[in-house]
Design a protein around this ligand. Structure first.
Ligand code: HEM
Length: 416
């Protein structure tokens, strides 16, 4: 049975999350680690390798994530996306997420300065204000709008611009480039050439960061670019290209992820009137649990890849150096052995051991605190100011990386 389950076809990745999970559930039960044929990728010919190990069980995804010595993320093996990229492109666009120790630990320590608890609490009030403005702009009764474009999308990109200390007009410039780099497989974002989109993004972000670095060296501020321009690793300054790579990673890692957690999460909450009403009545008591369940439900990053560096046993299979291992976070977060009735959206789920931010290894999401704050403040505004919100079925975006909703029609209807 499991050999009939094919995760490599374009057809698989064009299905809805629930349809995909019908296949993943069979694998979880019968083969939490399985050998898969090379990806069918009409737009990245040659980049799909000679097949891969698909890891779909929660325990196995955690085990691989926590063993970076056996399972490398390094750019020299093509980085962490399901399709291995040419190493230079992986290095230039994936930054620390495509590095192993010790380089990874050094650079991670450096960029962590932008995410300290102190900085996060300083940003909290600003995030709350931004969330209020975003929801306020669609709060007029009867207003029809696209929930993704007008509510879910603006806050994450605003937050990244804040971290980077960007001024207008760079803020308006950044979004189309960011969308093109991640959504490049779907015609909605106008592209069928992901390598080309990554290269264009690289050139554009390279030019932007070069200007910013030049400016911040002359007028240092309290932003990440200033910190990176000044920073030294092992007595060496980061190059402009290294800083540009981190900016690209931030824009990819922090933008669509949070956007789609909000879009999937609010849709699930709206589809459960009892839970919606409960959150609206007791935001302080229920929002934290709601945010965790929304992130589990959405699992915005569906897959990341590792490369085997030494012989090992994985789920009873012998894996050998050079082989690709793909972590299916989306499947791990529906693992019946960890989550009772995993397709029940339940804001009171305890414990909620989802691994949407990673399986707990050295690459665990650096922006998790920031993402949770954004989702929390936005959802608090949505449930209190859009009590009659009606949401149409989402239009999903084709791709094997981000669990994306392209559009979702919304009406601010009368209170139900
Ligand atoms: C709901 C939203 C988000 C989700 C689901 C998410 C998910 C992830 C995942 C799965 C990883 C890799 C973990 C691993 O390999 O073990 C990761 C890494 C990362 N994330 Fe997030 N992320 C989100 C939001 C953000 C935000 C808002 C930012 C920053 C503004 C951010 C920045 C990063 C960075 C820099 C890394 C690389 C860390 C490293 O390699 O050491 N993420 N994220």
């Amino acid at each position: 049975m499991t050999e009939l389950i094919d995760l490599s076809g374009v057809e698989f990745w064009g299905r809805s999350p629930r349809d995909r999970d019908r296949s993943l559930a069979v694998l979880r039960r019968e083969a939490p680690v399985s050998r898969q044929r090379p990806l069918d990728d009409p737009v990245l010919p040659g980049a799909a390798g000679d097949g891969y190990w698909a890891v779909v069980g929660h325990a196995e995804v955690v085990a691989v994530s926590r063993d970076p010595e056996t399972y490398s993320s390094d750019a020299r093996y093509g980085g962490v996306t399901m399709e291995a990229l040419p190493p230079a492109l992986a290095r230039a666009t994936q930054s620390i997420i495509a590095m192993d120790a010790p380089e990874h630990a050094l650079l991670r320590r450096l960029v962590s300065s932008a995410f300290t608890p102190r900085r996060m609490s300083l940003m909290d009030a600003a995030i709350r204000r931004a969330a209020r403005d975003i929801v306020g702009a669609v709060a007029e009764p009867g207003r029809e709008f696209d929930f993704v474009a007008e509510v879910a999308e603006p806050l994450p990109i605003w937050a990244i611009c804040e971290i980077l200390g960007l001024d207008e007009p760079d803020r308006t410039w950044i979004l189309p480039h960011a969308n093109a780099m991640t959504g490049c497989r779907d015609p909605l974002f106008g592209g069928t050439d992901p390598i080309g989109a990554l290269r264009d993004g690289l050139v554009a972000f390279g030019a932007l960061t070069a200007e910013l670095i030049d400016d911040r060296r002359r007028h240092p501020g309290d932003d990440l670019i200033s910190a990176l321009a000044e920073a030294e690793v092992d007595g060496e300054r980061l190059t402009d290209d290294e800083i540009a790579a981190f900016v690209i990673l931030l824009v990819i890692a922090g933008n669509e992820t949070t956007r789609h957690a909000i879009a999937h999460g609010v849709k699930a909450l709206r589809d459960s009137p009892e839970q919606w009403a409960a959150v609206a009545a007791d935001p302080e008591g229920l929002l934290d649990g709601a945010v965790e369940e929304m992130v589990r439900w959405a699992t915005p990053i569906m897959t990341f890849r590792r490369t085997v560096t030494r012989p090992a046993l994985l789920g009873g299979h012998r894996v050998t150096p050079g082989e690709s291992v793909v972590l299916f976070y989306e499947s791990a977060n529906r693992d019946e052995s960890v989550f009772e009735d995993p397709w029940r959206f339940d804001i009171r789920r305890r414990p909620n051991r989802h691994i949407a931010f990673g399986g707990g290894g050295p690459h665990f999401c650096l922006g998790a605190v920031m993402a949770r704050k954004q989702i929390r403040h936005l959802v608090a505004e949505v449930v209190t100011r859009l009590p009659g919100l009606e949401l149409a079925e989402p239009r999903y975006v084709l791709g094997n990386f981000i669990n994306a909703i392209g559009t979702m029609a919304a009406t601010n209807g009368a209170k139900p």
